[in-house]
Write a protein that binds this ligand. Structure first.
Ligand code: SAM
Ligand code: SF4
Length: 341
């Protein structure tokens, strides 16, 4: 086991074999969701994780605390839909209070934000990424398979009312389904304090098998945006940030492009993921996982768990997006909603 460790002098940082330092942890708190986005989940019945497999808040906090002691500084709660996990504010308070954690964010579909934005902010959540694939009710219902646009818009209004801005908006564009919405999203970013980010569709294998024909390359999206309004380059918030950001001259918000398929950013990745059933994954596209739940529940000590985490991170793959062709052919056994986006 120790042979695979890449011990680094940089204050014992979590360094992988390519020299990347892990600072960011994405925690999936549930595999359940109140939407069924076409590209993420199947329409039919889903076998959820059994309740006893799901990590408790105390177990999650323990993993996060150990990782924070090793240099992780940012946590993002995701899912499934994180806001459907009961008492999520309790978890938010636990992890935002961990020594060393500087930033707590949430990725959500926004349906429950109107009720939960305020308690989550009070519990220490600093930033919200809200996913919305269409600004038109029928288009929203078509892509998300639920008629819930009003709820998301109410949640966004509540975030603005509470001053939780800027808000990042995630849109996955699907050719022929919602790419006609580009002008509405550009207009929205011009008027509202949002960073509107267009995300390329990845072959994560959970929904409809249309990942090649529906992909809209980021370069095309950028050209279509620039036909509407000029873009002023800003760059990435930090080198490991997935979005390449542009300012809309004279507007309230920004536009970002997240192009994992055509412009992979794996070389600067600083993320690992903890799934709702307690597996650590060092890449969205990992073929192997470390069963942290088994260690937590098997009476292992914090140093033993720290060693397992270090070992997993030492072996972090170069990056799934560098080798996507295999994932178009062969669907991943664990799907996006079971990993944590
Ligand atoms: N339910 C929350 C949400 O929708 O934001 C959090 C989990 S969701 C898996 C996180 C993000 O992953 C969303 O922005 C979603 O659009 C994106 N996503 C899901 N499947 C994807 C895929 N195949 N390719 C690209 N992005 C995807
Ligand atoms: Fe649910 Fe998010 Fe997947 Fe949509 S993308 S089905 S909201 S987990």
């Amino acid at each position: 086991m120790a042979a695979t460790l890449n011990r680094d002098d940089r204050n014992g940082a979590l360094v992988d074999r390519f020299g990347r330092i892990v600072r960011s942890l994405r925690i999936s708190v549930t595999d359940r969701c109140n939407l069924r986005c076409l590209y993420c989940m199947p329409a039919g019945p889903i076998t959820w994780f059994r309740k006893e497999r799901i990590l408790s808040f105390e177990e999650i906090e323990r993993v996060a605390r150990i990782l924070a002691s090793l240099g992780v500084r940012e946590i993002r709660l995701t899912g499934g839909e994180p806001l459907v996990r009961r008492d999520l504010t309790v978890l938010a308070r636990l992890v935002s209070g961990i020594a060393g954690i500087e930033d707590l964010a949430i990725t959500t579909n926004g349906l429950l934000l109107k009720e939960l934005a305020r308690p989550l902010l009070l519990a220490g959540v600093r930033r919200f990424n809200v996913h919305i694939d269409s600004l038109e009710p029928d288009g929203f219902a078509e892509v998300s398979r639920r008629d819930s646009l009003d709820l998301v818009l109410a949640g966004l209004q509540e975030l603005e009312r509470l001053g939780a801005v800027p808000i990042k908006i995630n849109i996955v564009l699907l050719r022929g389904l919602n790419d006609g919405q580009i002008p509405r999203f550009v207009d929205w970013a011009w008027r509202r304090p949002y960073q509107v980010r267009f995300i390329e569709l990845m072959p994560l294998g959970g929904g409809e098998p249309f990942e090649t024909e529906r992909l809209v390359p980021g370069s095309e999206v950028r050209r279509r945006v620039e036909e509407i309004r000029p873009l002023v380059p800003v760059g990435r918030d930090r080198p490991s940030a997935p979005a390449n950001v542009f300012r809309l001259a004279g507007g309230a918000g920004d536009i970002g492009f997240i192009n994992p398929v055509t412009e992979p950013f794996c070389g600067d990745c600083d993320r690992i993921r903890l799934t709702a059933d307690g597996k650590v994954r060092t890449c969205l596209f990992s073929r192997t996982e470390t069963d942290i739940a088994a260690l937590l529940r098997g009476g292992r000590t914090d140093p033993e768990i720290a060693l397992a985490l270090r070992t997993a991170i030492a072996g972090k793959e170069a990056g799934g997006c560098l080798d996507l062709h295999q994932f178009y052919k062969e669907r991943l056994p664990r799907k996006m909603w079971q990993i944590g986006g």
